[in-house]
Design a protein around this ligand. Structure first.
Ligand SMILES: C[S@@+](CC[C@H](N)C(=O)[O-])C[C@H]1O[C@@H](n2cnc3c(N)ncnc32)[C@H](O)[C@@H]1O
Length: 306
């Protein structure tokens, strides 16, 4: 029986909900059967993770991300979901009762608390996860952005009655996360997990399409072309051991037809272009949807590459 559907419990930059229909066409054959392990080392909001776990029974699952706050939230949802709901629910009640000025003061107080706890450097726990979810649900655009010192600096958004504590969804996510290995760190830490029974999906920070469209500040570091090349080498190494590897990235040709950087570093992989309604700051976006790349180490079941 399929598990209860769950959707990402955080809005996360680069979230893949809008691409799920296309991504499902490149899920490999044998998922939940011969391909019984799943690894997602740039998990972010986990749109693909939750989609896949609700539909397929996987024996072992690994997720990772370099953001400690994000990984702490996954741990809290997996291991302490009732305590998390107990902390979030009154925050929602209070927030909804306040007028806009009082909301701003309450939001700023929670943001200060979140940052103070982070700066104090004590181990992250359920309270930090609750604060992250609260801020994520009420901040401008659901953006997670930190300054150079690693402090969250997004202002409050303008939502009338934001859903802050979606208990049913948090519990559905928690159920799907039982038994999942959750790791904070660099994507390469997944190496020991991956074998010939593993489907690996990499969703790295996208290669910027233009200098102004760059958004690589999920953590305080960025992901440059050298990092993209290192990832491609790593993907090739995992495919070499028989793993089935899929990746997504931006399509540089949307704005610069002669830019073949990703084609070069993924030479020999299958590359599929899919349309995506994505907000980017360029003339191409003004003309309509841009495409994104789905790159697989195997012939995609949903059709040939182009
Ligand atoms: C494009 S987002 C993933 C979005 C995700 N697929 C979703 O649906 O929300 C990229 C993620 O990679 C993480 N990240 C950046 N550099 C990393 C690294 N070297 N190793 C692991 N994770 C990294 C960021 O914190 C961010 O959450």
């Amino acid at each position: 029986m399929a598990a209860a559907p769950a959707k990402p419990f955080l809005k996360w930059a680069g979230g893949k909900t809008h691409l799920l229909d296309s991504l499902r066409t490149v899920y490999p054959a044998g998922l939940g059967d011969t391909i019984c392990k799943y690894a997602e080392p740039f998990v972010g909001g986990g749109a693909v993770l939750f989609d896949l776990l609700a539909a397929y029974r996987m024996k072992q699952v690994y997720i990772g991300d370099s953001s400690p706050q994000l990984i702490n939230a996954y741990l809290a949802v997996r291991d302490h979901v009732e305590e998390l709901v107990e902390r979030l629910s009154p925050m929602e009640e209070i927030f909804h009762l306040l007028d806009s000025q009082a909301r701003r003061a309450y939001y700023n107080a929670q943001r200060t608390r979140f940052n103070r706890r982070m700066a104090a450097g004590h181990p992250l726990g359920v309270e930090d996860a609750a604060l992250l979810i609260f801020l994520n649900r009420t901040c401008f655009n659901g953006l997670y952005r930190v300054n150079r010192r690693g402090l969250f600096n997004v202002p409050m958004g303008a939502y009338r009655n934001p859903m802050i504590c979606d208990g049913d969804n948090l519990r559905a996510c928690s159920a799907l996360l039982q038994g999942v290995e959750i790791v904070c760190g660099d994507y390469q830490a997944c190496a020991p997990f991956v074998d010939e029974h593993t489907f690996v999906y990499f969703d790295p920070p996208y290669r910027p399409l233009s200098p102004t469209s760059s958004f690589t500040a999920y953590t305080s570091q960025s992901f440059n072309d050298g990092d993209q090349e290192a990832l491609a080498r790593f993907a090739r190494e995992l495919a070499g051991r028989g793993a089935l590897v899929a990746l997504s990235n931006s399509d540089p040709r949307s704005v610069c037809p002669e830019d073949d950087f990703l084609e070069r570093i993924y030479d020999g992989f299958t590359i599929k272009r899919v349309q995506a309604a994505r907000m980017i700051n360029s003339k191409a976006a003004a003309r309509g949807a841009v495409s994104e790349l789905l790159i697989t180490s195997y012939p995609a079941p949903g059709g040939a590459g182009q």
